[in-house]
Design a protein around this ligand. Structure first.
Ligand code: UTP
Length: 467
């Protein structure tokens, strides 16, 4: 498209303000802005900005809980779990499973300068989130003698830094050829009237299109074909910030495959009715995630006969995806809905000066897709409950809830439980917290097994133990 044509389009769409500084831009910066504008889907943008003035979609009329495979309690449950595990292990051994990490987010709440995965989380070592995941994958490859390829989704904001990180660390020993990076798309941010915002005189304010963009990126990047070429048909989806994630958990993969499911989800029991987490349930008969803001208080408080919450299946963003389902979601165009989120968007004013925002001020709207919006389109799905303390501890905030401190505490408690079970006495305080700093590399043990064979000396309070 020539500049003239582009200007015409921008005028027709009432977005010509983005060329306000054009005459004063050096050649290189013009090229950058042109590139961003050419990549824009103006029809999609027009649709989304039209919807801005419309009232939000009608809330679902009927909300019901979904069936969940609970934590095993009876001998029958344990037998079913064993069968599922065998099915999962077989799929892993046959090389049908790949790990899929989404790491394209901006990590604004953590406020760390770099990709979130490069954040050092080891309670004793400087092990990063990426290293923790990489070592889990390495351990799985060894145990199941499988290729277990790893697809990592980045975004334009952190792609180069993420690749540099892995190159510098030799892919944590996984082999560059078995790790594939894919880049998600950006969406432009707009103001409340739907006008495109400029981050600088020569750049649109762009943001990654949400973790739902992973479904599109898998397809557009050729990663689906790359995986198919290796015999993979099942993806284990996880997020970069959950330090307890059990990557490619064979029980979960097994339940998914046994049910012929297209998309499956892990959930944890909500702590109480107030916990701000989406729950998996039926919305007007379709499986999906009911956001906590959409669950009326009366429903959120409702209990079953045994006193447990009726809506308790808290979504933790761990899924298994059938590769054919990913292909279907992309056939004839990407079909996940966009959600609008009011955010603080760094931008420049009409003079090209950075707009000073008051703390907490939200000046713009970003458009995001959510991976769980694929659930209603899955022909079959499994929802499986797991124990929070074993599988879910995300790093979201710099301090307080879901922070590095809480994630490290969760890790150390898990390591302590493993050591207890291995016959090692872990010194604890009155609250039951370990009285020493503990860390176990997934390469030493990723599930507590084998620790009894290490012949460890007694553990002493106040020390650091790195295994
Ligand atoms: P969050 O929604 O927690 O976002 O992402 P975030 O970027 O980590 O942090 P904030 O909200 O800016 O503080 C959950 C997971 O989804 C990925 C993130 O990288 C993280 O693994 N994600 C999120 C993407 O890959 N792309 C996105 O566009 C958004």
């Amino acid at each position: 498209m020539s500049v003239e044509r582009l200007l015409e389009t921008l005028r027709a769409r009432e977005q010509e303000q983005v060329l306000r500084f054009w005459d004063r831009l050096p050649e290189g910066e013009r090229a950058q802005l042109l590139g961003q504008l050419h990549a824009l889907d103006f029809d999609l943008l027009a649709r989304l900005t039209r919807e801005l003035s419309a009232a939000g979609g009608a809330p679902a009329a009927r909300i019901e809980p979904a069936p969940v495979i609970g934590l095993p309690k009876s001998a029958d449950d344990l037998r079913r779990e064993r069968d599922a595990k065998n099915a999962g292990v077989e799929a892993l051994r046959k090389g049908r499973v790949a790990a899929f990490l989404v790491a394209g987010g901006q990590g604004t709440r953590l406020g760390f300068d770099g990709p979130k995965g490069a954040f050092e989380i080891g309670p004793v070592s400087e092990r990063t989130l990426f290293q923790l995941h990489a070592e889990k994958i390495k351990a799985l490859r060894k145990r199941h003698k499988t290729a277990l390829p790893w697809v990592i989704m980045t975004s334009s904001a952190n792609d180069a830094a993420t690749r540099r990180y892995f190159e510098k660390r030799d892919y944590h020993g996984l082999g560059a050829e078995s790790v594939r990076f894919i880049v998600q798309e950006n969406m432009p941010a707009v103001d409340r009237r739907g006008k495109l915002l400029l981050e600088s005189r020569s750049s649109l304010a762009l943001a990654p299109n949400g973790h739902g963009g992973s479904i599109k990126a898998l397809h557009d990047s050729g990663a689906v074909a790359w995986l198919r070429g290796q015999g993979v048909d099942t993806l284990h989806y996880f997020q970069v910030d959950n330090v307890l994630v059990k990557i490619a958990d064979p029980v979960f993969v097994g339940y998914h495959l046994q049910a012929g499911a297209e998309m499956s989800s892990k959930v944890v029991r909500k702590r109480d009715w107030k916990e701000k987490v989406g729950v998996i349930g039926y919305l007007d008969g379709k499986l999906g995630v009911i956001e906590y803001s959409d669950l009326p208080e009366e429903q959120a408080k409702a209990v079953n006969k045994d006193g447990s919450l009726r809506f308790s299946a808290g979504s933790i963003a761990i899924h298994v995806l059938d590769l054919g389902f990913v292909e279907r979601l992309n056939a004839g165009g990407f079909r996940l809905p966009y959600h609008k989120a009011e955010k603080a968007v760094p931008c420049v004013d009409e003079q090209g000066q950075p707009v000073k925002l008051k703390p907490g001020e939200k000046n713009g709207i970003k458009f995001e897709t959510f991976v769980f919006d694929a659930l209603p389109q899955a022909k079959a799905a499994v929802t499986m409950e797991v124990a929070r303390e074993e599988e879910f501890a995300p790093v979201k905030n710099a301090e307080g809830e879901d922070s590095p401190a809480t994630a490290r505490a969760y890790l150390m408690r898990q390591y302590a439980r493993w050591l207890d079970a291995a016959g090692q006495k872990v010194p604890r305080d009155a609250q039951g917290e370990p009285r020493l700093r503990l860390e176990i590399s997934p390469l030493t043990s990723d599930d507590g097994s084998g620790l009894d064979r290490l012949g460890l000396p007694p553990l002493e309070a106040g020390t650091e133990v790195l295994l």
